[in-house]
Write a protein that binds this ligand. Sequence first.
Ligand code: 13P
Ligand code: SF4
Length: 338
Amino acid sequence: MADINIANAQLELGKKGFLDLAIDPTMDLFKEIARLKKEKNAIVLAHYYQEADIQDVADYIGDSLGLAQQAEKAQADIIVFAGVHFMAETAKILNPTKKVLLPDLNAGCSLADSAPADLFKKFKAKYPDHIVISYINCTADIKALSDIICTSGNAEKIIESVPAETPIIFAPDKNLGAYLNKKTGRKMVLWNGACMVHEIFSLEKISKLKLRHPEAKVIAHPECEEPILRIADFIGSTTQLLKYTQQDSGQAYIVATETGILHQMQKASPEKNFIPAPPDNSCACNDCPHMKLNTLEKLYLCMEYEAPEILMEENLRLAAKKPIDRMLAISRAAGLIG
Ligand code: 13P
Ligand code: SF4
């Protein structure tokens, strides 16, 4: 009886996004999470921006493209998505018979929030002959209004798959869109959205940092603003940035993306020096406040009580799935995923 009450309380708290009731501080969460995975046939998928402890218990760590692919092919009964809401939603869209859990339902995304479906619908109506390519960082409603989804890892290939004479609307990230316009020579119409984490890097502070570390290369995520991308030695998705640091002969990197990725970079290349690019505010960190809502405690609780769960109306799921399926098919044909 007590267990049921606790579970109900968890569900309620989960809805509000405060799913970390006090738990025994002596509990070995790593051991408990491993036990729950086995007992419940659950897997943990984690984005690189998750805190280090969560990355360390994950069965798979990746960027948005890798995570979507893993979610699609997951065989486990429960997918625990350590990431943000649109990622867990994508997992549910691709693998609807699985129970998809998100440790904190409030883990949203400023970029996804920057494109409300009602406004986007009106915007789209102004360009009736355009097709819509949407970055995966958007809600299921926006996906349902899109023709093809892309991620930072495949965006160029997705755009190249569209005939040159076909006009394109790109949403919701204006920085990624502008970068892609430059790279592909297209003149895509851009929705005016941005990521709060990648917009705050300071060109001035990075330049000063470069003077102190002349040997360091600047590596940046394409969600960053143009002045940062202009000085970057390498631009790529989180997976591409990680691979670059593993394969490149350099010994030091100024990393212009969310700090979570530094955990895997440092693990893969312990001899190299990774310096987080400084943001343009008094705070010394550039953590994504949404990603970092998930904690190891919340991960444990959501596995224990199987809440909060991602649920979706079937018509919306099917409409949102079409453009994701197109993305996965193009990515497979281009050899970007297996
Ligand atoms: P990728 O996972 O495609 O690198 O995108 C980063 C990001 O901002 C995810 O929210
Ligand atoms: Fe959204 Fe930016 Fe956070 Fe990624 S880093 S989840 S794009 S707010």
